[in-house]
Design a protein around this ligand. Structure first.
Ligand code: NAD
Length: 289
């Protein structure tokens, strides 16, 4: 007989709307009680069309939540020195609590140098080695937004992660590695898989929690998924027919998983919500609230 059971959908739009509503109320309180308006500086260098869209969405989300946004749009020809001077000013500004430099940067600018020049207290992307290190030692300050958002989605399922087998596919600095540290903090047993991992299907078959962050359209098949597993799909890929798809075969995996995130509408909406959250947290810490 055909198995008609399907997984519950983890609705990222709904969870992110809840996070933003909580932040809106908190920002209102900070303004009223402490005269504090959290501020985010967004720095865009050059003409990358995708970056322009991301920056517009981030600025709009700030406005809707009550965060003051400061947009710095700079020419493609900007020198590294000029960008470092701007960041120095933003580091010193009393009105700016979060600094986000949209990547990628033009080739004449060293990304690592720029990210390291951001004050760790204002590093709302959580990419500074200081913040990565804090996460590594189990005492995070500001955490990378995408994996931080995944943790919030996992929390929304009510699942206890302690002692669970978690398999992460992808080892990037922005998703895979910080994700591993966050799951470890919740006492999961974590395996990080990557492009050189042998027998990936077998690794995934042992997982109670699967985090797919590889950037390969529908690579993870339904029959790799353990009965009752939670599947989080971070991937964003364009299918040959132009549709946005994740790294997981959603249909197949839905028949095995207990919970699953869709693409779009799963992890995507959480990233900006957690950026806003980081900005509010940074503002409170800088103001000693
Ligand atoms: P990346 O390219 O830096 O890293 C991909 C990782 O996947 C690498 O560690 C690589 O080893 C691994 N990988 C690639 N092919 C593999 C294979 N065949 N088997 C096993 N592992 C393999 O990517 P990233 O920046 O970490 O992003 C991953 C995906 O998540 C992309 O699709 C990206 O668009 C998406 N993403 C989404 C959000 C969001 O807000 N939803 C945020 C960041 C990234």
């Amino acid at each position: 007989m055909e198995n008609l059971k399907t997984a519950s959908i983890i609705d990222g739009k709904e969870v992110s709307a809840r996070v933003r509503a909580e932040l809106k109320a908190e920002i209102e309180y900070l303004k009223q009680k402490h005269g504090l308006t959290p501020g985010l500086a967004v720095v865009l260098v050059g003409e990358n069309p995708a970056s322009k869209v991301y920056v517009r969405n981030k600025t709009r989300a700030c406005e809707e939540t009550g965060i003051r946004s400061f947009q710095h749009t700079l020419p493609e020809s900007l020198s590294e020195g000029e960008l470092l001077t701007l960041i120095k000013e933003l580091n010193a500004s009393k009105e700016v609590h979060g600094i986000l430099v949209q990547l990628p940067l033009p080739k004449q600018i060293n990304e690592e140098k720029v990210l390291e020049s951001i004050s760790p207290q204002k590093d709302v992307d959580g990419f500074h080695p200081y913040n990565m290190g804090r996460l590594m030692i189990g005492s995070p300050l500001l955490q990378p937004c995408t994996p931080f958002g995944v943790m919030r989605l996992l929390e929304s399922t009510g699942a206890d992660l302690s002692g669970k087998e978690a398999v992460i596919i992808g080892r990037s600095n922005i998703v895979g590695k910080p994700m591993a540290m966050m799951l470890l903090r919740k006492n999961a047993t974590v395996t990080i898989c990557h492009s050189r991992t042998k027998d990936l299907p077998e690794k995934v078959r042992g997982a109670d929690i699967v985090i797919a962050a590889m950037g390969r359209a529908q690579f993870v098949k339904g029959d790799w998924i353990k009965e009752g597993a939670i599947v989080i799909d971070v991937g964003i890929n364009r299918a040959p027919d132009g549709k946005l798809v994740g790294d997981v075969d959603f249909e197949g995996a839905s028949r095995k998983a207990s919970f699953i995130t869709p693409v779009p509408g799963g992890v995507g909406p959480m990233t900006i919500a957690m950026l806003l959250k980081n900005t509010v947290e940074a503002a409170k810490k800088l103001a000693s609230i």
